[in-house]
Design a binder for this molecule. Structure first.
Ligand SMILES: C[S@@+](CC[C@H](N)C(=O)[O-])C[C@H]1O[C@@H](n2cnc3c(N)ncnc32)[C@H](O)[C@@H]1O
Length: 293
């Protein structure tokens, strides 16, 4: 990338730099960084590349940052999730495409419900809670986040959408809602302690408290989220949680062991992997019967 290059030349050179740095989608990232400076949209950007539009000032600096494996979303300051453009940056987990399918399960479940009450445990940037607040008419959405840094990003994204956001622990949040919630959704930290992610964007830039679920198998926080869901939901209420593929069997068994759940179902993500589990809270009589009371 040199001064005086056209946009097309600069984007080609940037693609090569990012490819050499091991960035997984070098061409798209090179285009998105250029669009971050020009703000014309990818369609128009590609049209401009057919002419002799000059490369924008500051492009080389952004490409160098990305080549250092700083996440694209930290450079542009936004993450796209379903219909939302979320403010993100250091200190908050970048929402992932697979979580969009988890949100869809919750949306499908509340179809036709009047003003469903929904709780998101471990909201991070607010991706799940924000999507539900904006896509489900009349939903009453509550979200909890433990990290003050992530909470600050969530506040930017969720307060304008009318979500009730609290700084707290998913283990004991929202006591005032106990037994009254229609849907609990969670994408808790679930990575096993020893499984350090390979990608530098994740290992160096996603906050550790968003990744590691606790315990050698990463199951402590998923188990705590399920326990809170059983506390918060009304009988017949719906719980859906994202997890690692390897945890699908453990999570189904953990839910079954409590005797609190029916309709325990594992769901595939877009890549055909077992990445979410849902369950319905049994009524009290069924729970008593199962627990031998
Ligand atoms: C995997 S991230 C998911 C964030 C967001 N829900 C999403 O899907 O993009 C898990 C989030 O849970 C938060 N967290 C970790 N432990 C928590 C706890 N005990 N109570 C509440 N939130 C917690 C982390 O800070 C992080 O923001």
């Amino acid at each position: 990338m040199n001064a005086g290059q056209t946009l097309a030349e600069a984007v080609s050179a940037a693609t090569a730099v990012l490819r050499d740095a091991g960035v997984p989608s070098p061409r798209v990232d090179a285009e998105l960084l250029a669009d971050h400076l020009l703000n014309v949209g990818l369609g128009r950007l590609r049209a401009l590349m057919l002419g002799d539009t000059p490369a924008p000032d500051g492009y080389a600096e952004l490409v160098a940052e990305r080549a250092g494996r700083v996440p694209l979303q930290h450079i542009t300051g936004v993450a796209h999730f379903r219909y939302l453009e979320l403010a993100v940056g250091p200190g908050v987990f970048i929402p992932r495409p697979e979580t969009e399918s988890v949100v869809q399960l919750a949306i499908d479940h509340v179809k036709g419900m009047q003003a469903p009450r929904i709780v998101d445990l471990g909201t991070g940037s607010g991706a799940i809670a924000g999507s539900l607040a904006s896509e489900v008419p009349d939903a009453e959405v509550h979200a909890v986040e433990f990290s003050p840094f992530a909470h600050a990003w969530a506040a930017k994204n969720l307060v304008p959408l009318g979500v009730d956001l609290v700084l707290g622990d998913l283990r004991d949040a929202f006591q005032e809602l106990n037994g009254s919630v229609d849907v609990v959704v969670s994408n808790p930290p679930y990575i096993p302690a020893e499984a350090i992610p390979n990608e530098p964007e994740v290992a160096l830039h996603d906050p550790p408290e968003a990744l590691y679920g606790g315990g050698a198998d990463g199951m402590e926080l998923p188990t705590a989220a399920a326990k809170s869901a059983a506390r918060l939901l009304r009988p017949g209420g719906y719980f859906v949680m994202e997890h690692a593929e390897v945890q699908a069997g453990w999570i189904a068994a953990m839910l079954a062991r409590t005797g609190a759940w029916t309709h325990i179902t594992t769901h595939l993500d877009l890549n055909g992997k077992d990445r979410a589990t849902s369950a319905v809270l049994a009524d009290q009589a069924t729970r008593n019967e199962r627990m031998g009371q």
